[in-house]
Every structure is written in C-alpha cells, then in structure tokens.
Write a protein that binds this ligand. Structure first.
Ligand code: NAD
Length: 249
C-alpha cells in the first residue's frame, strides 16, 4: 500500500493543479514532500496542511522561482538539510503564454523557455551531483502532448516542452549507470486553472478528438508519476508516457 514509505519527494509548482495532485498522491503513498511554489503562499499552505492532517508524513512548502538558478540551488540545499535526503524530483512547474507567431512577443517566448525548460534544467543540475553520490534517484519531468503534436498558438510553450523531452532522454543516458532514472510524462488536456481559460468550443473540439471521450483529471497524471517514482518502474528510463486519453495516438 505505501509504495514510497520513507522516501522524500520534491514537487515543483505544487500549490495547485497537477502539481498539487502529485504531491498529495505521493504523500498518500508514504512519501514526505517538499512543495515548491512561485507566489501563492496561501494555496501552498493549504496543500501542506491537507497533507499533514490526512497523512502521516512530513510536508513543507518553499517559495522559489524555478527559472532562477541561484534560488533553485538554495532551495535544494535547504530541502536536503531539513528532510535529510531527497529520492524523487518531480519537475511540474510550468506556464503558458499563448499567442500566434505573428503577434508573439520576444518576452512571451523567453518566459516560457525560462520557466518550462530552464526551470527543469536548474532543478536537475542542483540535484544530479547529490543523486550521483547516493547512486540513486528518480527524476520525473512533466512535458506535454503538444510537444509531440505541435499546437497552433503555442509555439513558445511547445518549444519549451519539446526541449524537456530532449533533456529527459539525455539525462537518462548520462545518469543511467548511477542508478538514476529520468522519465517524462506528456499530459493531454487536463482540467486545471491552466486550461480553464480555454473557451467551451475549444474544449468541445479537444473532447471530440480524444478517443476516451473525457478530459483528463490531475489525478490521472499523478497516478503515472506514482508509478514512475515507485520500484515498479526501476527498469524504465528515458521514456515519455502519454497521459492523454489517446489524443496523440
Ligand atoms: P497550473 O497553472 O494550474 O499550475 C502550474 C503551477 O506551476 C502553479 O503552482 C504555479 O505556481 C507553478 N509555477 C509557475 N511558474 C513557476 C515558477 N517560475 N517557479 C515555480 N513555480 C511556478 O498548471 P497545471 O495545469 O497544473 O500544469 C502543471 C504542469 O503540467 C505544467 O508544466 C503544464 O505545462 C503541464 N501540462 C498541463 C496540461 C493541462 O492540460 N493542464 C497539459 C499538458 C501539460
């Protein structure tokens, strides 16, 4: 039942949405969780309080901008000090700045790459030395099916998420001999604040192209993260798992 008993997991962007569901799922399975959030202290505290109330594990929230190299180094060192170890790193934090290329500004492109791709690099960079010394580690990156299919109006986001796939495969090759796995999940349309801004007609359009005929829930992604973090996935690395109801088949 407790697949991750005694493990410590870092989950970025865990104050809401998919990250929140991942933090709760890992905690339900016995992991202590360090939650990284960017700005909403209230929401992060609610996640921590919920986990501490319902599950017998440690949970602490840390404010950190994942795109900031120095901040991510400091937060990783603080987490090691306060938790004593880190076993699982889930890079979930992400943003969208949707625009067609004709109207996209340079900063719209840069911001997506800084948070979605550089943020993943930062967290892996600061944890890899530690994982190598321990000869153990699980890295799980949240990409997107849009990186596999392309999406009009999201060339910035899609580029950053495709970068995450390349990063995942390279790190899997580099660190595999040290018993460190690195995998990615490519979610399809998951109902969160990020997708709540889409029009009903756009949602309907997505729904029509999903073979399983339903939009995804954050827990669908969290289940795949739990699997990749568990001993059941110890021989899987460099893999990209779609959790998309079949939209990108
Ligand atoms: P969300 O907007 O609800 O949550 C994103 C989280 O990331 C928030 O907690 C936010 O505070 C955090 N974050 C943003 N910028 C940050 C920064 N600079 N530093 C630290 N934290 C930061 O989004 P979501 O729908 O829960 O998405 C989670 C992840 O899943 C993202 O990487 C997203 O790209 C990916 N994804 C989502 C969908 C979907 O349909 N919702 C589909 C494919 C991929």
């Amino acid at each position: 039942m407790f697949m991750l008993k005694g493990k410590v997991a870092i989950v970025t962007g865990a104050s809401r949405g998919i990250g929140k569901a991942i933090a709760i799922k890992l905690a339900q399975n016995g992991a202590n969780v360090a939650i990284i959030y960017s700005s909403n202290s209230e929401a992060a505290k609610e996640v921590v309080d919920f986990i501490q109330e319902k599950m017998n594990v440690k949970a602490v929230a840390y404010q950190c901008d994942v795109s900031d190299f120095k901040q991510t180094k400091e937060v990783f060192e603080t987490i090691i000090k306060e938790f004593g170890q880190v076993d699982i790193l889930v890079n979930n934090a992400g943003i969208t700045k949707d625009k067609l290329i004709l109207t996209m500004k340079e900063e719209d492109f840069d911001k997506c790459v800084e948070v979605n791709l550089k943020g993943v690099f930062n967290m892996i960079k600061h944890s890899s030395n530690y994982f190598v010394k321990r000869k153990e580690g699980r890295i799980i990156n949240i990409s997107s099916v849009s990186a596999l299919m392309g999406t009009a109006g999201q060339s910035n986001y899609v580029s950053s998420k495709a970068g995450v796939i390349g990063l995942t495969k390279s790190i899997a090759r580099e660190l595999g001999s040290r018993n460190i796995t690195c995998n990615a999940i490519a979610p399809g349309f998951i109902e969160t604040d990020m997708t709540s801004v889409l029009s009903e007609s756009k949602k309907e359009e997505y729904l029509n192209s999903i073979p399983l005929k339903r939009l995804g829930a954050p827990e669908d992604v969290a289940n795949a993260v739990l699997f990749l973090a568990s001993d059941m996935a110890s021989y899987i690395t460099g893999e990209i798992i779609r959790v998309d109801g079949g939209i990108a088949i």
